[in-house]
Every structure is written in C-alpha cells, then in structure tokens.
Ligand binder design. Structure first.
Ligand code: ADP
Ligand code: MG
Length: 269
C-alpha cells in the first residue's frame, strides 16, 4: 500500500505578543529544511510579521496572500497547487499574509468558520510537505499540535491558563486530535538567578501536565536582528547560542513527529 505523505502541522501559538512565535516559526522551519524536510510556513497574522521577517518587506504589495486563498475556500473555488506560495532562499516555502487577513476575519464572523477555511486551504498542501508550521492564533483547527513559546521573563500564568483552555475548546468543538507539542521557553537568561527561578517555576507548575521542552531559546542581540535582514539565525549568526538552540529544538520536534508517525502507522496495520 502506498502511504501518501501527510505533513505534520504545528501551530505556533500564544495570544500574547512578543513571545517569540514568529522567530520560532522561521528558525524551526528553516532548521527542518536544513535537515532535508520539505517545509511550508504559513503567516496567519494580519500584521505579516513572518512575511516581513523572511524578506518580503512590503506584504501589502503581494498579489496573493493567505486571505485571498481563504476567500477562495470560502466561496468553494478551487485553489491551483502552488498558488500564492513564495520560495525563500534557505529552502522553505511561505504563504504570506498582510492586513487583508484582518478584513477577512471580520467577514468570517464565526471564528470556527475561519478556522475551517484555513484547514481547507492547507488540505492539499498537506500532501506536498513534511512539515507545515503556522505562525499565530487562528490556526489550531488546522493543526496536529500546538507549540507554545513563552517569554520566560514575563510569564503570565493567567495567560497560559487561558491558552490551555482555548486548546481544550478547539479540541471539543472542532479538532479532537489537537495535541500540545510543548511549551518553549524563549529569551531566557540562564546566567541570572532570576532567569533560572522562572525556568524552575514553569517546569514545576506545568511540567507534570504538559511537555516543557528541555531546550530553551536564549536571549541574544543577534537573534533580535534577523527580522530586519530576511535571514534565519543559521545564516545571520551561525556559531551563536540561538542557532545552536533552534537546531536542537529542530531535532526534538523531528524526533517527536517520527514517533507520532510510527504510532499512527502501527495503529493502521
Ligand atoms: P511574537 O511573534 O510572539 O510576537 P517575535 O518572534 O516577533 O514574537 O519576537 C518578539 C521580539 O523579540 C522581536 O523583536 C524579536 O526580534 C525578538 N526576539 C525573538 N527571539 C529573540 C531572542 N532569542 N533573543 C532576543 N530577541 C529575540
Ligand atoms: Mg509574531
């Protein structure tokens, strides 16, 4: 029996801004591509931060973005393979976004509807890629798993609780298979006691319920620069600690996906 390829789809989510979602999406995605995987990144944020960060500085001028594809799905129009997909020099593909996505969100008043449209857009892409990574919130319905970057310095326990409740709700209402890939501590500073305390606090509070990645992403000025240069951390600061951290996160995510695929294959036999 020929098993058609089906991408592992991971939504990088946290309703809080500035926790490292976009940075993680880009560098985990390019990390996976460097390991030989076929990767599609999807910018699902009307601000287009991922699109800009990957070098398309004027997302408002792009002819086809995620909102156009979702509008087509909404109107039951077919989407030709590859439509709207941009190719980045470091070997990943990107469905870009711009402010039009905000307008579409208003049009699709029911947010569950919006999530279904995104799922429909991705359904055909799922056969073409090993991994699809989604930057931002309205993507949980279309995902196999949620990866949650948390900025260690500004841990908001309430915010995290809220997010976990959202995951539960999506599971109940629309996507029962949704898993939590893990909490990723970002912009950590292990040199200070305070940083270490926060790390311990999060592991203590959530570690028994949810996976907290062993690998954390350290804070570095070089990492903060990459969105302006349109490159990944592997190009911009290849020997730095953030490149090393994202590389090892990549390996962990790949190993998890392989385990999961094996489990599914065994069940199917
Ligand atoms: P989000 O997508 O969750 O809003 P971003 O990935 O855009 O978060 O990151 C928020 C800000 O922090 C950006 O200015 C980004 O350049 C910066 N940043 C992200 N990761 C790091 C890091 N490891 N070290 C230092 N700055 C970082
Ligand atoms: Mg972002």
């Amino acid at each position: 029996m020929k098993i058609s390829k089906k991408a592992t789809t991971i939504a990088i989510v946290n309703q809080k801004g500035g926790t490292g979602k976009t940075t993680t999406c880009e560098n985990l995605g390019i990390g996976l591509a460097m390991e030989g995987k076929k990767v599609l990144l999807v910018d699902a944020d009307p601000q287009g931060s991922l699109t800009i960060s990957m070098g398309w500085q004027q997302p408002d001028e792009l002819p086809v973005t995620l909102s156009a594809l979702m509008a087509k799905a909404m109107n039951d129009q077919s989407i030709p393979p590859g439509e709207g997909i941009l190719h980045h020099a470091e070997g990943v593909d990107l469905i870009p976004a711009n402010i039009e996505l905000a307008g579409l969100e208003v049009a699709l008043v029911n947010s569950m509807n919006r999530e279904k449209m995104l799922k429909q857009v991705l359904d055909s892409a799922k056969r073409e890629y090993d991994f699809i990574l989604l930057d931002c919130m309205p993507s949980l319905a279309a995902a196999d798993a949620a990866l949650i970057p948390v900025q260690a310095q500004y841990l908001s326990a309430k915010g995290l609780e809220q997010l976990l409740q959202t995951v539960q709700k999506v599971r109940r209402q629309i996507n029962p298979k949704l898993k939590i890939e893990g909490i990723l501590l970002t912009m950590t500073d292990s040199r200070t006691n305070y940083g270490q305390q926060i790390d311990n606090l999060i592991r203590g509070a959530y570690g028994s319920k949810i996976k907290v990645f062993d690998q954390t992403i350290p804070r570095s000025v070089r990492a903060a620069e990459i969105s302006a240069v349109g490159k990944s951390i592997y190009q911009h600061d290849p020997k730095g600690k953030v490149a090393e951290a994202y590389k090892s996160l990549t390996e962990e995510v790949m190993a998890n996906a392989e385990k999961q695929l094996k489990r599914v294959a065994e069940r199917g036999r």
